[in-house]
Write a protein that binds this ligand. Sequence first.
Ligand SMILES: [Zn+2]
Length: 149
Amino acid sequence: MDKRSFIKIIFIGLAPLFFPFKIFSIEKKIINPDLSEEQKRIMFGEETERAGTSPLNFEKRKGSYHCANCNAKLFESVSKFDSGTGWPSFSEALPGAFKTKVDYSFGMKRIEYHCAKCGAHHGHVFNDGPGPNGKRYCNNGLCLIFIPD
Ligand SMILES: [Zn+2]
């Protein structure tokens, strides 16, 4: 082996030390080993649960809503409202709870949001909500865990 290729191999071997965020960036991470197949399809395959299927549509108690994967706190019950869409809906998320990205699937431009902590897909946010900031977070119920106060 000549000196040059030796240096090249060393460089490639050490590259992850210098560029760890590029090489090891994992956007989405399954943390909860008990997620069902359907939860995984929604949270990591960006599918949507069937409207009207979540028991959380009828949840009216005081408490907070957490990520079913990583348990991060995402919504307070005070921001929950009945949107009539068949999915649990919220007018406000907790600060820093989500990261958003533009989703062009189904020929529509929608803003999709992901848990900021684990990257799991939760739903879409629309600008027709009832609160002061006009937001409507349309969340898959299967992605949430409700913890009553
Ligand atoms: Zn999460």
